[in-house]
Each structure stands twice: as structure tokens, then as C-alpha cells.
Design a protein. Sequence first.
Length: 165
Amino acid sequence: MLSPRNSILSLYSGKEPDNAQYFYDSFINMASDIFKSPVDILSVSNDINNSDNMYKNVNDYEYIIVPLFIKVKMKTGTVGMNITHSDFINYLTKVHNKKVVVISFGNPYLLSNFEDVSGYIAAYGDAKSVIDAVINTISGKNNPKGKLPITISGEYKFGYGLSYK
């Protein structure tokens, strides 16, 4: 029996974010040790103009992990994410019922773009120690205890948080 395959779908604008490779390496090491499953990386740095075509690249994956290294942009009136990227995340979850886990290494408000994802981690930064904490949380070594210091939406209000132990 083949083990399920998982994918990191890296969505960003411009150059690849600092510490992205550190996250990829750490996640792949954790997945091979803990979950015994291979992980493929698909990086997208431009607009996604054809969701059906792009879906072919991720169709065979059980879980799609989406690390977002997007910072808060003050006084812009937006959450700073490429709209075609958030539309694609919604396409994966709403049209194809894919298991998508988004990790925000910066702007926690990104969740307002795709509240139907299977999981969301608001990490608030992208330092290596933060990435290590996220990896330890995904692997079950950490029990997340954080509470939102802000309100993102009607469902995700100030003080909301989950733990799994």
C-alpha cells in the first residue's frame, strides 16, 4: 500500500520569503520521521489564472500545507495577500473538499480570506524558533495554547484558541 502523499503549496509574490527553505526542510524532516509520508513542494510566485489547471498539480495529495510568509501592511486596507492565491485556497476547500492547512507566519488576518480550511495556525512571525514551534505543534510535540489577541471574524474572535491534548 502506498503511503499518502502530502504537499507544501508555497504561495508568495515576488521573491521567495526568507526562512521559507528552513520551513520546507523542517517540515519534510518531521513528515518523514513522524508521518512516514513523502512531501512535495510546489512554489507559486505569480497569479493563478486557471484554477482547474493548477488543481492538477495538487489533486493527488491528501494534505496540502500552505505556509504564508505575509506581513501586516499598515494603512493599506487589505490583508496583503494575492487575491488569486486566496481564491485558489477556497477553490481547493470548497470545490474539491481538499484538506488544506494554512500557516500564517506573519499576518493573522489572512484567515478572513478562507475560513473553510481544515486547519489554521497563526504564528505571528517567521523566525527559526517560531518555525520550530509550528513544526513541533504539527507533529504533536507541542500543545497549542495560544489565544487570538485580535478579532479576525465573527467566528474567530479575541480570545479564541484551540488545543488538542
